[in-house]
Every structure is written in structure tokens, then in C-alpha cells.
Design a binder for this molecule. Structure first.
Ligand code: UD1
Ligand code: UDP
Length: 389
């Protein structure tokens, strides 16, 4: 039976790979051998625990303050050794992290076909997001099968010369993952959050971590949050802080101790999606959150100058606002105070998937390996509301 090896290492990869791993494990046609790099540790394990995924192999590469080169070389070196004894029929990598590209390169060097999930996202700026735009372009050069989440991402691949027969529009598996948790009222482990949920107060949910925002821009985000909190004592800001100490040192000093700001550890995925559904407004620089929040009808302000996810911007649910402190304050306050503006953005749209991405991915892998056939793609007909806020 063909052996498929999903390789992943960070929180977003784990979330988006989970539905695919589960579909492979349930399939009678494949053996699934899960390899994690451990680029993230706590944030990776948290997701695997939730989805009941026990890695078959763990490269355990995380070093505090790790450089991009260290992630790349430690992953390639670890996989090189693994492939000497365990050679899968195909590997799956997801997205644009350095784990993902290193996994693709290591497999390519061993002559193992690379399946790229979430292929074809492009911001058009090689340096933003950094290093993700470069990572995903490199992976596109060496992948044998490209699972594009939307027709926009498929178009990007074709424009770069990828053969149409190697691309499948699958939808994004983050929507499969979201569907497993949303609406389940998963209890918060932090009692402050349970109290907040019961209070009915308006919530501004914030996440930030992007490498290119670290430093001055992120300190500005902290100051903007402090001003927003001071100006509206009834509002509660919830910030599940990324584990990266560089992020915490930049953002937290300006907001710590404020009565209407709750800073938490990273929330388990089910708790985070519940908080997302309770939120009034979402302020983020995350990729995955840009995909999930529109499905829940939440206005999303994205602290970036560009995005590789234009679909929800076009739908009017996401606005790119950059990282200028004054602009962040103004845009959040406009949403808080201008009901018409809020209503225009609070539109449940679902351009990123319909919950069947994992199924399409497994079928496409079967076709790649000559053991099955693809199924219908994610397309306009399924681009419809599947959630209500
Ligand atoms: C990585 C990805 C980024 C993705 C993000 C998701 C790259 C280059 N970056 O960025 O594309 O959007 O993950 O969150 O692949 N740390 C821990 N424990 C953890 C996780 C992180 O201690 O569970 C700390 C470590 O000190 C580590 C630092 O955070 O050095 C940064 O982690 P790293 O994976 O290098 O970068 P991210 O900014 O998380
Ligand atoms: N997320 C989570 N707990 C949190 C914050 C985020 O489970 O405390 C989830 C979120 O639902 C999304 C993913 O993590 O699916 C996004 O991860 P991140 O922002 O770290 O990475 P990116 O998507 O920007 O690569």
C-alpha cells in the first residue's frame, strides 16, 4: 500500500494538515506516516493533541530564537536521515513556512513526489510576507501536485508556468478544521474568558506574530491597543500571545495591567475558534485567521500592507490597514462607532472552502499515484454561506 508522509512543524500547518491526516488514516488505500519537525513545540503539540494525531517521527528541531537557516538546515538534515530508512511514495507539505519548503526540498532531493497543500498564494512582493512569499514560490517549482485553495491561487500557478493538469482547486483545509470545532461551545480553560463570554461585552480579538512586523511596527500595535482600550472601557481586548518572546516583548508592555485587556497563552484551537465566534472585531496579521474569520461573518482588520488572500478583501469582509499606530486606532474605532460601516463588513462569506478540501486532496493524491481518480473541485457553486454568525 502506498505510504504518504505529511510533514509539518508549526501551528497553522498542524491545523490545516489535521483534516488531511485524518482522511488518510481513515482511507483503506494508504498508509499515513506523520513526520513533524517541531519548528514549533507547545503550539504544535497543542493542535496534535486536540486532533488526536500522534506523530510517527519527530525531528524536534526547535531552538529558542532560531534563525531561518537553522530551521532549514536542521529540517533537511533530519529528513535526509529519515528518508534513508523510510522512503514514502509521496510527501505532503502545507503552505509557506520554512518547515514546509525544507520538507519539499529534502523530498525532491530523494526523488519523492511533493504534494503541496495551499499552493499558489502570492502577495506579489518577494519580501512580504518574509520569508513566506519566497518559500511558497520555491515549493511551487518542485511540487508534483498543487492543491490550490481557490481559483485565484490556481491562476497564480498557471501564470508562473505550472501545468494545469498538476493543479487541483481543493478549497482550504482550514475550513474543514473550522467545521470540526465551530458551534461546539468548547469551554475556555481560562476562567476570565468564560466570564467574558457570559458578560456579552464587545470583544476585539487580536493576534500578531509576523516576522516583518516585529520591532517598531509591533511596538506601535501595542500602543494602538492601549489607546483603544483606554478610549472604550466597555470594550474588552483579548490577545492570545504567540509564544515568540520577541513578539511578547514588543506588544505586551503597553497593554499589561489594563483592566479591559486580557492577554492569554495561545488558545487551544477549539477555544480560539469559539473566541473568534464571540468576537465583535478581529485585528490580526495572521494568514489562517484571515481565512476563518470571514466565514464567521467577523469584520477583519489586517495589519499588513498586502495579502496573498485577496478573496475576502474583494468580498468586503477584510480590510488591509497596515501597521501605523494611528490608522489602527482609527479603523478599529470606526468599526466600533459606525454601525453602517460595521454592517457592511460583517458579512459571512466563505471564499476559502466548503469543508471538503481533505477529501479532494486524498483523491488527487490517489490519482497522482495511479490508484484512484480526482473528485470535483471547489468552485463557484460551493462558494456560498455555510456558517451564520
Ligand atoms: C512561523 C512561520 C510563519 C508562520 C508562523 C505561525 C517560518 C519562517 N515562519 O513563524 O510562516 O506564520 O510560524 O505561527 O516558517 N516558540 C516557542 N514555542 C512554540 C513556537 C514558537 O517557544 O511553540 C518561539 C521560539 O523561541 C522560536 C520563536 O518562537 O524561536 C519563533 O518561532 P519560528 O517558528 O521561528 O517563527 P514564527 O514567527 O513562529
Ligand atoms: N490559533 C489558535 N490559537 C490561538 C491563535 C490562533 O489555535 O491562540 C489558530 C487560528 O485559528 C488559525 C491559526 O492558529 O487557524 C493561525 O496561526 P498563526 O496566526 O500562528 O499562523 P499563520 O496562519 O499566520 O501562518
Amino acid at each position: 500500500m502506498p505510504v504518504i508522509m505529511p510533514i509539518f512543524g508549526t501551528r497553522p500547518e498542524a491545523i490545516k494538515m489535521a483534516p488531511i491526516v485524518i482522511a488518510l488514516q481513515e482511507s483503506p488505500d494508504f498508509d499515513c506516516f506523520v513526520t513533524v519537525t517541531g519548528q514549533h513545540r507547545e503550539m504544535l503539540d497543542q493542535v496534535n493533541d486536540l486532533f488526536g494525531i500522534v506523530p510517527d517521527h519527530d525531528l524536534n528541531i526547535l531552538q529558542p530564537g532560531q534563525s531561518l537557516s537553522a530551521i532549514m538546515t536542521r529540517t533537511i538534515d533530519g529528513l535526509d536521515k529519515l528518508f534513508a530508512t523510510t522512503k514514502p511514495d509521496a510527501v505532503i507539505v502545507q503552505g509557506d513556512t520554512t518547515t514546509s519548503t525544507a520538507g519539499a526540498i529534502a523530498a525532491f532531493y530523494h526523488g519523492i513526489p511533493v504534494v503541496h497543500v495551499e499552493a499558489g498564494l502570492r502577495s506579489g512582493d518577494l519580501f512580504s510576507p518574509f520569508p513566506e512569499e519566497a518559500n511558497r514560490k520555491i515549493t511551487s517549482q518542485i511540487a508534483s501536485l498543487h492543491l490550490a485553495p481557490t481559483s485565484v491561487s490556481k491562476g497564480n500557478l498557471l501564470a508562473e508556468g505550472v501545468r494545469e493538469e498538476d493543479v487541483v482547486v481543493s478549497g482550504n483545509s482550514v475550513i474543514d478544521a473550522l467545521l470540526t470545532t465551530v458551534g461546539k461551545e468548547i469551554p475556555f480553560s481560562d476562567p476570565q474568558l468564560e466570564e467574558l463570554a457570559a458578560s456579552g461585552r464587545r470583544i476585539l480579538l487580536v493576534t500578531t506574530h509576523r516576522r516583518e512586523n516585529q520591532g517598531d511596527a509591533m511596538r506601535g500595535v501595542g500602543r494602538a491597543l492601549a489607546r483603544i482600550a483606554d478610549a472604550d472601557p466597555e470594550l474588552v481586548i483579548v490577545l492570545p500571545a504567540h509564544k515568540n518572546p520577541i513578539v511578547r516583548e514588543a506588544v505586551l508592555p503597553a497593554i499589561e495591567g489594563k483592566p479591559n485587556v486580557i492577554v492569554t497563552e495561545p488558545l487551544a484551537y477549539g477555544e480560539f475558534t469559539r473566541m473568534l465566534s464571540l468576537a465583535h472585531i478581529v485585528l490580526t496579521d495572521s494568514g489562517g485567521v484571515q481565512e476563518e474569520a470571514p466565514s464567521l461573518g467577523k469584520p477583519v482588520l489586517v495589519m499588513r500592507d498586502n495579502t496573498e488572500r485577496p478573496e475576502a478583501v474583494d468580498a468586503g469582509t477584510v480590510t488591509l490597514i497596515g501597521t501605523d499606530e494611528h490608522r489602527i486606532v482609527t479603523e478599529v474605532q470606526r468599526l466600533l462607532n459606525d454601525q453602517d460601516h460595521f454592517d457592511t463588513m460583517a458579512n459571512a462569506v466563505n471564499p476559502y472552502g466548503d469543508g471538503r478540501a481533505a477529501e479532494r486532496t486524498v483523491a488527487a493524491i490517489a490519482e497522482l499515484l495511479g490508484t484512484g481518480k480526482r473528485i470535483g473541485e471547489f468552485g463557484l457553486a460551493s462558494n456560498e454561506k455555510v456558517f451564520t454568525s
